[in-house]
Design a protein around this ligand. Structure first.
Ligand code: URP
Ligand code: ZN
Ligand code: ZN
Length: 463
């Protein structure tokens, strides 16, 4: 299998230049001008960008949660990923009570076999931190290929600060990374009780029950644990100006706090919760949408380098049948999460690059290159010789009106319905095999389910 991509603008995290890219047996074999390989497929990429496939390091495929499960499984979720130009996902794998890390990984891998359409890896989420599980961290990093571990400071399955400290110590020894959902559970519980008493339980109060200060406090506490242990931490789905200020404060002191944000925290704000009827439930996610001030601060955080990664937190639930499955009169009963895997790249290009908020190179960095480095995806994330040929041919002039009808995510809405974007992926390759293609007015999946492979990640040495 060989592909010669001619005359496209190759974009790296550092620069962009016109070149040909030759792909053979799933790998990038050569980059240069006027390459003369006799390839099976020749792609004319004149006027198009040649981007490394986006990597989404925050998905919840088929995850059991709040009495139901996230609706995209490994098949539908990764088909949607491919159509959006995402060629690798690192999915959360929530350890069940009594399970070892190994068992949790094997359980989730069994859900992916024969279904997954692009490459994937797993972040084990530590939810039952028995001593033998803490001891298994070493094997997970050095043998299983899963060097990053999620913990929650909220929800019933949260871990306490003592466990966080143990995990920080253990991951530091072997090249691992703790990822944290940072919100203060007691502040949220207090506000939930207050709103229950007042009878203010519409979706808007979901946002009010999880204020910026709840994120700020948890980020600050997590950062202090890092300062104490000399380890490092990665804040998932950072949403607020105040949370970001604590990340920056730590980083300015040399404390190794890394952060990710998501398109919803850059582009949407809490006014969405006021949409008519129960529509505000579409945006019930944790942390919640914030204000425009936070949106702006997060863009600045990306440009300063305090936020290194963009991810989606893809966790979809239908508005009809799932978000409302426990009734429509109490925000606390609405499954938390929203879809986003397919719209990640188009939104970051159109709202970020086209509107001058980030450069094209920065986009490639936060969607691919920095992500691969952060999480030990040694063969991914860059258009350079030797890497996997996970490539997006991107037409910066192609317009698209986002509508759920033309997307592939297994959910009945998109938070971006009706938004017009400029620039779309038009061909997507996973290890040199075409998996998605622009057809008339939308992207179509042209790959094979089961093509995706589990990627064993390497220990993390970049800290
Ligand atoms: O609301 C969200 N974010 N749902 C998914 C689980 C999580 O906390 O990331
Ligand atoms: Zn979370
Ligand atoms: Zn999440």
């Amino acid at each position: 299998m060989s592909v010669l991509i001619k005359n496209g603008l190759v974009v790296t995290s550092a620069s962009s230049y016109t070149a040909d890219v030759y792909v053979e047996n799933g790998k990038i074999k050569a980059i240069g001008t006027d390459l003369a390989y006799a390839a099976k497929t020749i792609v004319d990429a004149t006027g198009k960008y040649v981007l490394p496939g986006a990597i989404d390091p925050h998905t919840h495929l088929a995850m059991p949660f709040m009495g139901t499960h996230a609706q995209d499984d490994y098949e539908t979720g990764t088909i949607a990923a491919a159509c959006g130009g995402v060629t690798c996902v690192v999915d959360f794998d929530l350890q069940q009570k009594g399970e070892s890390i190994r068992q949790a990984i094997e359980r989730k891998q069994s859900w992916a076999i024969g279904k997954v359409a692009v490459d994937y890896s797993l972040h084990p989420a530590i939810m039952d931190p028995r001593p033998e599980v803490i001891d298994e961290i070493r094997d997970a990093i050095l043998e299983y290929g899963t060097p990053s571990f999620k913990i929650f400071m909220v929800y019933d399955f949260r871990v306490d600060d003592a466990t966080m400290i143990k995990l920080l110590e253990e991951t530091k020894k072997y090249g691992g990374l703790v990822q944290v959902h940072a919100e203060n559970v007691h502040m949220i519980d207090h506000l939930n009780r207050k709103f229950e008493k007042a009878g203010t339980l519409t979706p808007y109060y979901h946002a009010k029950s999880r204020p910026n200060i709840a994120e700020e406090e948890a980020v600050s506490r997590a950062a202090k644990m890092v300062e104490l242990t000399g380890s490092r931490i990665y804040i998932v789905h950072l949403s607020s100006k105040e949370g970001l200020a604590r990340v920056k404060e730590a980083r300015d002191k040399g404390v190794k706090v890394f952060a990710e944000t998501c398109p919803q925290y850059l582009l949407l704000d809490e006014e969405r919760y006021k949409e008519e009827g129960f529509n505000g439930a579409k945006y019930v996610m944790s942390p919640p949408l914030r204000t425009r001030e936070s949106n702006q601060a997060l863009w600045e955080g990306i440009n300063r380098g305090d936020i290194q990664i963009l991810a989606t937190d893809h966790c979809p639930f239908d508005i009809k049948g799932k978000k409302d499955m426990n009734g429509t009169d109490d925000y606390r009963k609405i499954p938390n999460g929203a879809p986003g895997i397919e719209t990640l790249l188009m939104l970051m290009h159109s709202e970020g690059v086209v509107k001058g908020k980030i450069t094209l190179e920065k986009m490639v960095d936060v969607l691919s290159t920095a992500t691969a480095k952060m999480f030990g995806l040694a063969d991914k994330g860059e258009i350079i010789v030797g890497k996997d040929a996970d490539i997006v041919i991107f037409d910066p002039t192609q317009k698209f009106t986002i509508t759920q009808k033309k997307l592939h995510m297994n959910v009945d809405y998109t938070p971006y319905e009706g938004m017009e974007v400029i620039g779309m992926p038009v061909e997507v390759y996973s290890r040199g095999k075409k998996v998605a293609q622009w057809q008339e007015d939308h992207m179509e999946f042209v790959g094979e389910k089961g093509h995706g492979r589990f990627v064993k990640r390497v220990p993390l040495t970049h800290f």
